[in-house]
Write a protein that binds this ligand. Sequence first.
Ligand code: S3P
Length: 447
Amino acid sequence: MSDDPSTHAQDALVSAAPALLGSLRLPADKSVGHRALLFSAMGSGAAEIRLDRPGEDILSMAGVLQTLGAVRSIETDTAGVVRVIIDGGGSPKAASLPGRGGETLDCGNAGTAMRLLAGALAGRPAVATLTGDASLSSRPMERVAGPLRMVGAEVATTNGHAPVVVVGRRPLLAVDHTLSVASAQVIGCLTLAALAAEGTTTITVPGPTRDHTERMLAWLGAPVRREGQLTTIEGPVGFDDRDIAVPGDISSAAAWLVAGALHPDAHIIIEDVGLNPSRTGIIDVLRDMGAEIRVASEGPTHDCPEPVGTITVDGGHPLHAIDLAGDRVADIIDELPLIAVAMAAADGVSTLRDAAELHFKESDRIRLVVDGLQAIGAHAEERQDGWVVSRGTPRDAAIRTEADHRIAISFAIAALAGVAGTVDIDDPACAAVSYPTFWMDMERLIP
Ligand code: S3P
């Protein structure tokens, strides 16, 4: 399949690959890319953010920062590497966003952009309206609006959803937050608001989450500490900008780790990929199922706060069923649709519990994963907080993605690895939300 977007207007047909061989570098990590751009706009000074072939969500964040006047330039080289020069809006004394107020900020499909921006805008004494596409406009926003009101911002949602109007204030109040949902987006939102608060803010969450916000802000010199499930921020505070090179996205690598683990003839090397320990659960899960995966990690570098490295997967090993629940789920929340495909190839009955958050992602991922698995011939049953999956008889299927990138990618991988017959993906272009070169990389790995 070509990577020309015009071919993506139609469905994509995917069938089993004879083999999957080769090495890849992946587009910029969505979570790290969002933060690199936004935090630079809140710092003082200027920074270059380097993003290899960023997905549409990251570009939505860059577009918002352009509207706010924080982007000096955006240049793309012939290899697709995008360099964004950000002019920080913060005074040396306190982190804040630039812009006069009154802006409408279109976050597209990006939940991370909308929730992080809500927190950043809460400390800017001006009004802004956050909007998004149909999927984003159906996702819950009171989880950030409620705590932001407690710290003194005026925040209006539309029946709990976007558009979200934020009227910021400075200084904000320092509060001890205890969240009922362990969400990195909510922690990130409240951490950014806490940078503009007078005093010590604490955020306690009920389980583990990815720690990109705390890691990057500490690396930039802000007094933000994460100890287990407690984040502490001393405000008000500013920080200097630094150039940041965003690593490849391990959530995109997950597609090839699952494909490689499932395919009988696979040898795939993924280079320059982010290996933050709060994101590598996919490797542990696949290894526990019997996959052969090797990792070579290097620590953070002068222009990246995240560990980065190379992952190699070799196919041809039978996979066993797995039961996933509890704290383990947070590290793999975005990979669960792909893990469901691995479960449908394994010996035995696999279960997922404690993953009710999947209902609130870019689609209702519990429903779409179970529908898709049943369509490709696997045994799958929906549970309120997960699913029960075992192997069936692979067959051809039409896959409804509801424009969810992870659903499109997961069922393309199912077909490629032979867990399905030929699948017809209704909206292949949506893969570009996180992984714009997915279809091209697929072609590269098929000999
Ligand atoms: C993200 C956090 C996760 C994840 C999302 C990106 C982030 O969501 O699903 O794709 O960058 O903070 P939660 O905030 O619900 O954990």
